[in-house]
Ligand binder design. Structure first.
Ligand code: ADP
Ligand code: GLC
Length: 502
């Protein structure tokens, strides 16, 4: 069957700018689609991180007229390719909006550090991403890439499906275009005072609860859900969960109504980046055949890097996460003294809420030989934590898909997860029954509580120490799992195809 033309818009793309898993998806899915024969292009903002980044990016001779409120700004378009591919990625160069991130000054792509250490969203985020969404549409026009599918992601691009439905589909050549909106995290909705509507060029009557409005605010995520031709989240379980009050963050009713066009596709792993067999970040690469000899070398390097005594027999629990409420740091911190009593070392890599930074630092200071903490973003260390730990902690309160547990599988570091969202869909719990069947790949618990987490870690440690055959079987089964992008890309392909007019 003929390939489709797909334009994917995202506010972050790995290799250029990243705060979390969205960036990984936005880089890997287009590559996997291209490998399946589709014509794919990506658009993101030209942040300062892109301008000074490692990937080569060049100006094009295209100038894009972008209407914003009552004026039109002419912006430049830059171009590069996604790392390790020929997939084009275009960058919207609007310095006023996007040339401001600077790690040393505490300025990120969405937020800036305030006095006292906490981070606040930029006050003009609505304007920035309204502008970006409009620029994506205009850029498609100017570069002459009018796709079959426009694929928007998260609240930052939530207005794209609206712009398509209300403004662009009427244009010659745009009538057949369909939109897919992917929700990576329903907790971030992009809600703003109604006045920002005038920046969008959309008519004022659209501010009503059936369309763009939610409790008097303009809600970007809701808008995307209402107007997209199809909506998906990043796992089937999360797609069900967000239709409940507990997980829906106020949009559960709308999602129930939209259930016909809502589905879930688990993310894949970019095994070009995340594979212990050839990982340049590791002191010792390994496969499922060599893991017994080689993992200890990574473990020693990890202990050393965190300033912990290099004790090969002490189990190391690792955690890499954005330090936000979603990720379960609170129950980890409550249960952690118990983990130390069970003889563990713990290593943390994360960045996020200052309160968690503070608590983790204090915990490490009290137990300098047992607890290591690195606060900040460190790509290379993320790989070493995956490779050097014995068990990986991911007890999320909710988890739309999750990538780290999939990395853990590949690195032979059984993950300990709470059975929610993508974690429930990807990890097979080491119950006695699953051990007997040879299907277990990690450890899962249900209750969001320190006790449930503690009991699960205790069981995992029992297998690790007293039933090494069983533990090795879990490691081997975990490493044999295939969560490559091709599987997810095939599912996206099917979804796109169902949207296209006959
Ligand atoms: P989320 O998108 O909710 O943060 P995921 O598990 O989908 O969760 O993806 C997180 C991604 O971000 C992974 O690639 C992980 O390695 C990376 N990551 C998170 N925090 C850090 C950090 N402090 N340093 C390096 N990488 C990090
Ligand atoms: C979000 C979710 C995470 C998911 C990622 C990419 O950040 O928290 O679970 O893997 O998006 O889809």
């Amino acid at each position: 069957m003929a390939g489709m033309r797909v334009l994917l818009a995202a506010s972050e793309v790995a290799g250029f700018a990243k705060t979390g898993g969205l960036a990984d998806v936005a880089a890997a899915l287009p590559r996997a689609l291209a490998a399946r024969g589709h014509q794919v292009a990506v658009v993101m903002p030209y942040y300062r991180a892109v301008r000074f980044g490692k990937q080569k990016v060049e100006p094009t001779n295209k100038v894009i007229p972008v209407p914003c409120a009552d004026r039109t700004l002419a912006i430049r378009l830059f171009r590069g390719t996604l790392p390790n591919s020929n997939v084009p990625i275009y960058f919207i160069d609007a310095p006023h909006y996007f040339d401001r991130d600077d790690t040393y000054q505490g300025r990120g792509i969405y937020q800036q550090a305030m006095p006292g250490g906490y981070k606040a969203d930029y006050p003009d985020n609505a304007e920035r991403f309204i502008f970006f969404s409009r620029a994506v549409m205009e850029a498609a026009n100017v570069i002459g890439f009018i796709p079959d599918i426009i694929h928007a992601n998260d609240w930052q691009t939530g207005l794209i499906p609206v712009l398509l439905a209300e403004m662009y589909r009427q244009k010659p050549g745009w009538g057949r275009m369909r939109s897919l909106f992917t929700i990576h995290n329903i907790a971030y909705q992009g809600t703003f005072p109604p006045e920002v509507l005038k920046l969008t060029g959309l008519p004022g009557w659209m501010m009503n609860p059936k369309q763009l409005e939610c409790h008097g605010q303009l809600n970007f995520l809701k808008s995307g859900i209402v107007f997209a031709d199809a909506v998906n989240t990043v796992s089937p379980t999360y797609a069900r969960e967000i239709q409940t009050q507990e997980y829906g963050c106020g949009l559960d009713g709308l999602l129930q109504e939209s259930a016909q066009k809502l589905s879930g596709i688990v993310n894949g792993v970019d095994y070009g980046e995340w594979n212990p067999a050839g990982d340049p970040h590791l002191p010792a690469t390994y496969t499922s055949e060599t893991i017994l000899d080689r993992k200890p070398l990574n473990k020693a390097a990890l202990q050393k890097q965190y300033g912990l005594p290099e004790e090969p027999d002490r189990p190391v629990l690792g955690m890499v996460a954005r330090l936000v409420g979603q990720k379960g740091i609170d129950i980890v911190l409550s249960a952690a003294p118990g983990f130390l009593d069970l003889g563990c070392q713990m290593v943390f890599l994360g960045d996020g809420d200052p309160e968690y930074h503070h608590q983790l630092k204090q915990f490490a200071a009290r137990h300098p030989t047992r607890v290591g903490v690195y606060l900040g973003f460190n790509e290379s260390l993320a790989h070493l934590v995956e490779a050097g730990s014995d068990l990986f902690l991911m007890p999320s309160r909710y988890e739309p898909s999750g990538l780290n547990q999939l990395y853990s599988l590949k690195y032979g570091t059984p993950p300990i997860v709470r059975a929610t969202g993508g974690l429930a869909d990807t990890i097979v719990n080491a119950t006695q029954e699953n051990l007997n069947a040879g299907t277990a790949t990690g450890f899962a618990f249900g209750d969001y509580s320190a006790r449930a987490l503690y009991e699960t870690v205790k069981w995992a440690l029992y297998l690790y120490r007293d039933r090494p055959q069983d533990f090795r079987q879990i490691v081997q089964t975990a490493m044999a799992q295939d969560w490559s992008w091709d599987r997810s890309a095939a599912a996206y392909e099917g979804l796109y195809r169902r949207l296209l007019p006959a």
